[in-house]
Design a protein around this ligand. Structure first.
Ligand code: 1GP
Length: 243
């Protein structure tokens, strides 16, 4: 497979809007994969992200193997833990939790993962991950023991994302948290995008076409949606490809 990161860059240069369907191995019934991917493949989705905050050993690998049977879309790991890394996927978001100050999620888990990544063909994409408060206590906060950034402290959010870029990260993932009550505000997305020279991923709490369009219009290059598809697969019908 061609470089997923290069494909993202090339899509952005053509002003294409990218959409990742997030699948949490802990919540997704593997036996639904075939039916679910009929809908995914007919939709405007461009990427599959796989990961979750709390996932049992081998659940991710089993699911990735199954997903690969039903789609040609790139499968990108979005791991909540080292145990979720599998060579069966195409790429790995190598996440640093820039919004928090827990060294385990800034460098500790990364060191732990190296023995697993040695010799692996996974494309590794260093990604600055930033959790912004969304009116709900999230699994990320619970697992990482960190607090999200305050949504009214926009300059701090902008400066943090820019620091991630200066550290050499290739993507910034701005996150309201899975199942967030409300998605990130226009001001946050726009402010961060204006300062960044690397692609911007936005996710959390996006449940309809209007919110999706707004996220793109104000600067998201790639939007991630999970819960809306988990709750109601008919959302894929709204996002069908137009041939
Ligand atoms: C979570 O950004 C993703 O990490 C997707 O969030 O489940 O709310 O769509 P939702």
């Amino acid at each position: 497979m061609e470089s997923i990161y290069n494909n993202i860059m090339s899509a952005i240069s053509k002003c294409e809007r990218l959409l990742a369907v997030l699948i949490d191995p802990d919540k997704f019934p593997v036996e639904n994969t075939s039916a679910f991917f009929k809908k995914v493949n007919a939709s405007i989705a461009t990427h599959i992200f796989v990961g979750g905050s709390i996932v049992g050993d081998f659940q991710t690998e089993t699911l990735v193997i199954e997903i690969k049977k039903y789609t040609k879309l790139p499968v990108v790991l979005f791991p909540g833990d080292v145990t979720q890394i599998t060579n069966k996927a195409d790429a790995l978001l190598f996440l640093s939790l820039l919004s928090g100050r827990n060294p385990e999620y800034l460098i500790g888990k990364h060191v732990e993962s190296v023995s697993k990544l040695r010799g692996s063909e996974l494309e590794i994409i260093p990604t600055g991950y930033m959790l912004i408060e969304s009116g709900k206590f999230t699994a990320v906060e619970k697992v990482t023991g960190t607090k999200p950034m305050l949504r009214n402290q926009i300059q701090n959010i902008i400066d943090t994302s820019r620091a991630g870029e200066l550290l050499g990260m290739k993507l910034i993932y701005l996150e309201a948290g899975s199942g967030a009550k409300f998605p990130l505000t226009e001001a946050i997305i726009r402010g961060v995008k204006n300062e960044l020279n690397i692609p911007l991923i936005v996710g959390g709490g996006i449940r309809n076409k209007e919110q999706l369009k707004l996220a793109y219009d104000v600067g998201a290059n790639l939007v991630v949606i999970g819960t809306a598809f988990e709750d109601d697969e008919s959302f894929f019908d709204d996002l069908k490809k137009i041939n």
